[in-house]
Design a protein around this ligand. Structure first.
Ligand code: SAM
Ligand code: SF4
Ligand code: SF4
Length: 350
């Protein structure tokens, strides 16, 4: 009888692993907690109105502080950095900051609502940004307006996507968060419209299951449309088949149209959690490190930075935090992964 041996995990010199053996690879940085949209599922206006206390300038990490932390974190094994927020393109000096972060040997990407890309795509690409993900929850102007509560429209986001493609930030990924009864449409028609729109283009549409991030959006499991339902509806129109993941820890299940119409993805953290190989940490705009999207507490890095911590001090703080990490919220669901109320997505970075 032949016994199949599991393959040893090959770790490179700098890899650090957490309490569940997961390697640290990805960093998401929230560059601001502000946004020019008020998506009902992320920053509902009732909670994020004129009297909301956004971070003031001195509370936020400066560009120098962000770059110093990036240098330490890349040294500890980060290979992918995603800039996010809030809306990252609202951060003053974003192009210069991208240029500085792009000096490191990392795959540098950014997630945006797309509204400011018509102006910024080209300078960002020239500064060294490699990839961009644009959020677009509906092609229907009315549904879009009700969901995003902003003066921008679908047309502006599509112009942003076109600007990103033209600037070479291709292929643009497009994120659609799906909420039952909100942007699915009768018989999932609005989702099929989105799929049809991006079919045959270089853009890769990804449907995301609505998640219980934060505490302000009133999430209920009944609002979630499981990815399997959308896969079946798309497959009934145009046959699709799964594609092998490119890398360990990839969050989207990738599919391709059998007739060559391109790729489409599904992020199913509710119906099929992927904590098992989660390699991500998040840095909030005020310099706290979170090791799970559903955490309630972060590790303060701004305090030590401003108190004159040495590189070795910061490395020890960061690597110890990762080594003790045991988060697996999506596999268990309930209170925050560390027991308290979950932090908001706009603060921690999507
Ligand atoms: N403002 C940028 C944007 O909208 O792309 C970047 C930050 S936003 C928090 C990042 C991503 O998180 C967006 O694609 C957004 O749709 C997604 N998101 C926000 N709240 C979510 C939730 N409750 N469930 C699933 N995705 C969510
Ligand atoms: Fe702003 Fe993005 Fe949140 Fe919408 S999802 S409110 S665009 S941060
Ligand atoms: Fe990673 Fe936390 Fe999401 Fe699980 S729930 S995949 S540990 S961020």
């Amino acid at each position: 009888m032949t016994i199949e041996l599991s393959q040893p995990r090959i770790l490179d010199r700098t890899a650090i692993t957490d309490a569940r053996g997961r390697v640290f690879r990805d960093l998401r940085i929230s560059l601001t907690d502000r946004c020019n949209y008020r998506c009902t599922y992320c920053m509902p206006r009732e909670m994020f109105g004129a009297d909301h206390n956004f971070l003031n300038r001195s509370a936020m990490l400066s560009d120098d502080e962000v770059v110093r932390l990036v240098e330490r974190i890349v040294g500890l094994g980060a290979r992918k950095i995603r800039l996010t927020g809030g809306e990252p393109l609202l951060r003053p000096g974003i192009v210069d900051l991208v240029r500085r972060i792009a000096q490191f040997d990392v795959d540098l990407a950014l997630t945006t609502n797309g509204s400011l890309l018509p102006r910024l795509a080209e300078p960002l690409a020239a500064a060294g940004l490699r990839r961009v993900t644009v959020s677009l929850d509906s092609l229907d102007e009315e549904v879009f307006a009700a969901l995003t509560d902003t003066r921008f429209g679908v047309r502006d986001v599509l112009a942003g996507i076109a600007a990103a493609e033209a600037a070479g930030l291709s292929p643009v990924k497009v994120n659609t968060v799906v909420q039952r009864g909100v942007n699915d449409g009768p018989g999932l028609r609005h989702l099929l419209d989105l799929a049809e729109h991006f079919r045959g283009t270089p853009q890769i549409l990804r449907f995301i299951e609505y998640m219980d991030v934060g505490t302000t959006n009133g999430w209920s499991e009944a609002d979630v449309v499981p990815s399997a339902e959308i896969v079946a509806a798309i497959n009934a129109r145009h046959r699709i088949e799964p594609v092998d993941p490119v890398a360990v820890g990839e969050v989207a299940d990738r599919y391709r149209y059998i007739d060559g119409g391109g790729e489409i993805g599904f992020i199913s953290s509710v119906s099929a959690p992927f904590c098992g190989d989660c390699s991500r940490a998040r840095l909030s705009a005020d310099g706290q490190l979170f090791t799970c999207l559903f955490a309630s507490r972060g590790t303060d890095l701004r305090g030590p930075l401003r108190a004159g911590a040495s590189d070795d001090d910061l490395d020890a703080l960061l690597s110890n935090r990762w080594r003790e990490r045991a988060d697996r919220y999506s596999e268990t669901r309930g209170s925050g992964s560390d027991g308290g109320p979950r932090i908001e997505m706009s603060f921690i970075g999507g």
